[in-house]
Ligand binder design. Structure first.
Ligand code: ADP
Ligand code: ZN
Length: 738
């Protein structure tokens, strides 16, 4: 019987490719190894995902060779990658491509040459008998007392490499390849040098203690459990991560810590390294070659902690003992191109497969996580106070309907806010103003009573379509003529004015001449450097008022800020997405958390036209628990997550009609499945109807059960669309419905 290897290649195809294993290679070819295979006229490198003895394909080609010194994927990690491909209905090759840095896939991990004295030479007394350049090299190496990168040695001694080569030939020194110096000094055993670790000056408080104890118990028993660590901003969640990760290390196991991309600043990395020792850093802002080095260090067991963004959930940590997902509510954990995985959910699955604890930390957990905690699937751990004893900021709501007359900034700077800004500046304190104006909040809105036109079937705001002169539901396609009066209060002239951050900055300069004002949004931030410099100026107190979009909302800790103004708290509520209330409440809590981090108390002003909306009242009380109750009833009724499962199929085409017709064919095929437990909604124009020259139609699938939902979704993937030009994408558990 011939053995067959199923090989994943980095192309968007769901099934792996089958190859015969030549008998000479049978012993070496096993799941997880990298192999070279013929593909069309060329050769490609791929990973073996399975060994089998049968294939549906009649004529198979022979596998070419096993890649020497292959970056093999360990069986448990391969299991996770397979689960991901299977769950999100995408190709395993694509998942591997996202898990493994390119330089590792292409066998190009960057190493440099190092030089050290041989052990006999270290023992010897300096003789002084050699020629001058060689003596310089020996002196230098003796002084350093550890291996030195060849490049630096040549520079410091100001010599060519020939004396070094001579010394190596004579067995006085050794030249060897190792990872570059920024990843630690190789001390021969391949282990990084111990760094000087810092011990904190405080003991955990009782709530932290309780959380740590619960997680330790699970670590001790070596069993799976997911903890929802719900702690207000500044409540010391990181301390809980650090201490439990330390326990996993003490057990001789590894750890995986995920942070949102934007939070992976050098300071954040430092906080972990100064307590836990060296970590491997993996995120997309690093050049691939550096990611590759970190990846390799993990794989070889030289470092046992991986710290990274979304894709680090696939980091090759040997003997992984604990997984942490910080800011676990962040939508950046969901990848918005293929493979469209959610790193939080993959993390929970990885913990489950390995039988280890997983900690989901957040000040504003997602509805899904809160619901899982409520039903007992996750264990909830609460940190309800800031560690420095500071109260959370006082929140004051300004009803914009009362101040109808425009005071400044197109009606977005109320009298109350302007007064507060003035008193804050008088006290030499700083102001942060937040306006999340993203392009297209075009829904029909009554400026008088705050009413939004909504779809009765889907409970999302209808979108105003100027070209068609109608309002339309972007989920189900239902549409209505535009009323010329508000159906609630009969106000004439429904519309939405939308001044942006730039206009606000302009108004502020007129209102506060001589005050340093800066702006942080996608227009002013052209690079990570630019963003850092704007924030640094604010931190240093050079800027007194900073205006910005959601870029200012998260994570930054600026002690001088005592006033935070949210100019239009309703913006996100108007987005045609069932998560709009949840996102609004989360964002407002996060923004509010920016005020009063220092030793002076903070104040937040929320300007809104819907002060009675529960998303706002939850944010005002900083109580996400209430949100759960309000949202649950709506989501249960409409079977939205967490009370149902969603999938979204997007059809994009340069011609509107073709996008629609292709989507229609898929809908018909899906309905023919006859699975009544799956609701197929649409096709309807996506809220962003046209993107980069393509018209977008989407179809939503809703079901109480995942199994049938995935079956129907795969039917769509296996159906030939009406037009070959239509691009079809499937998103399981979509986070973004725009
Ligand atoms: P979070 O991650 O919940 O926002 P942090 O972990 O950043 O909070 O903690 C905020 C600050 O409090 C940090 O400077 C941290 O060192 C400090 N801290 C944490 N735990 C304690 C404690 N038990 N006693 C005193 N300070 C603490
Ligand atoms: Zn609808």
């Amino acid at each position: 019987m011939t053995s067959i290897a199923r090989v994943a290649l980095p192309i968007p195809r769901r099934e792996p490719f089958d190859y015969r294993i030549p008998s000479a290679l049978v012993d070496q070819v096993r799941p997880g190894v990298q192999v070279r295979v013929p593909f069309g006229p060329s050769k490609r490198i791929g990973w073996v995902v399975e060994i089998t003895d049968h294939s549906p394909h009649p004529r198979l080609r022979d596998l070419d060779s096993v890649v020497a010194d292959s970056a093999a994927i360990e069986p448990d990690l391969l299991e996770l990658l397979k689960w991901t491909a299977d769950y999100y209905l995408c190709g395993i090759g694509e998942v591997i491509e996202c898990a493994v840095p390119k330089s590792v896939r292409n066998r190009k991990a960057r190493t440099v040459r190092w030089v050290r004295l041989t052990s006999e030479e270290v023992a010897k007394e300096p003789s002084g008998a050699t020629s001058e350049p060689r003596q310089k090299v020996l002196d230098h190496l003796r002084q350093q007392d550890h291996p030195v990168p060849l490049r630096r040695l040549l520079e410091s001694c100001d010599i060519s490499d020939s004396p070094v080569k001579t010394l190596a030939r004579r067995g006085v020194i050794e030249i060897f390849d190792a990872l570059p110096p920024e990843f630690g000094i190789p001390d021969g055993s391949g282990k990084p040098l111990e760094s000087s670790l810092i011990t904190p000056s405080f003991e955990p408080n009782p709530q932290q203690d309780e959380a740590i104890a619960a997680i330790s118990a699970t670590l001790e028993k070596q069993e799976y459990r997911t903890f929802l660590l719900h702690g207000v901003t500044g409540s010391g969640k990181t301390e809980v991560y650090i201490r439990t990760v330390q326990q996993a290390l003490d057990q001789g196991r590894g750890a995986l810590v995920l942070l949102p991309e934007i939070a992976l600043t050098p300071q954040a990395v430092e906080r972990f390294t100064e307590r836990l020792g060296p970590v491997a850093v993996l995120h997309s802002m690093l050049p691939d070659s550096q990611r590759a080095v970190h990846y390799e260090r993990l794989r070889r067991g030289e470092v046992r902690i991986a710290l990274g963004a979304r894709s680090a959930v696939f980091a090759p940590v040997p003997d992984l003992g604990i997984i942490v997902v910080d800011e676990s509510h962040e939508s950046t954990y969901k990848q918005e191109n293929s493979p469209r995985y959610h790193a939080r959910d993959v993390a929970v699955m990885r913990a489950h497969q390995l039988g280890v604890p997983c900690i989901l930390g957040s000040a504003t957990p997602s509805m899904e996580s809160l619901e899982n905690a409520r039903t007992g699937r996750y264990q909830k751990l609460l940190l309800s106070n800031r560690t420095n004893g500071r109260p959370l900021a006082t929140i004051e709501v300004v009803d914009r309907r009362v101040e109808m007359k425009s005071v400044g900034g197109g009606g977005l700077l109320s009298q109350r806010l302007i007064e507060r800004i003035r008193t804050t500046l008088d006290r030499d304190e700083q102001v942060l103003l937040f306006l999340n104006r993203r392009g297209f909040a075009r829904n029909l809105h009554c400026p008088s009573c705050g009413h939004d036109l909504r779809c009765h079937q889907c409970d999302i705001p209808l979108t105003y379509h100027k070209s068609k002169a109608r309002s339309q539901c972007n989920y189900c396609g239902e549409h209505k003529p535009i009323p010329d009066r508000c159906p609630e209060c009969q106000f004439h002239g429904m519309h939405q004015r939308s001044p942006g951050t730039e206009r606000i900055e302009d108004s502020l300069m007129k209102l506060f001449p001589g005050v340093e004002i800066d702006r942080l949004d996608r227009d002013t931030v052209t690079s990570a450097k630019r963003m850092a410099s704007i924030l640094q100026r604010f931190k240093d107190g050079q800027t007194q008022i900073l205006v910005g979009t959601q870029m200012v909302a998260k994570g930054h800790d600026i002690p001088g800020v005592t006033l935070v103004g949210v100019l239009d708290a309703d913006i996100a509520l108007g987005l045609p997405d069932f998560r709009s209330a949840e996102r609004t409440a989360q964002l407002l809590c996060q923004v509010a958390g920016r005020a009063g981090r220092g030793d002076r108390p903070g104040r937040v002003i929320l300007q809104t036209r819907q002060p009675e909306h529960y998303a706002l009242s939850c944010a005002t009380r900083q109580d996400l628990g209430q949100l759960l109750e309000e949202e649950n009833s709506i989501r249960k009724l409409l079977k939205y997550p967490p009370h149902g499962h969603l999938a979204r199929i997007l059809c994009e085409d340069e011609e509107e009609q073709k996008a629609y017709e292709s989507a229609k064919v898929l809908v018909e095929a899906m309905k023919e499945c006859g699975l009544d437990s799956v609701q197929v909604l649409g096709p309807a124009p996506a809220p962003i109807e046209r993107l980069r020259g393509r018209f977008r139609q989407h179809v939503l699938l809703k079901s109480l059960h995942r199994g049938p939902l995935r079956e129907v979704a795969s039917t769509a993937l296996n159906t030939k669309p009406r037009w070959a030009s239509t691009r079809i994408t499937l998103d399981i558990d979509p986070q973004n419905l725009l």
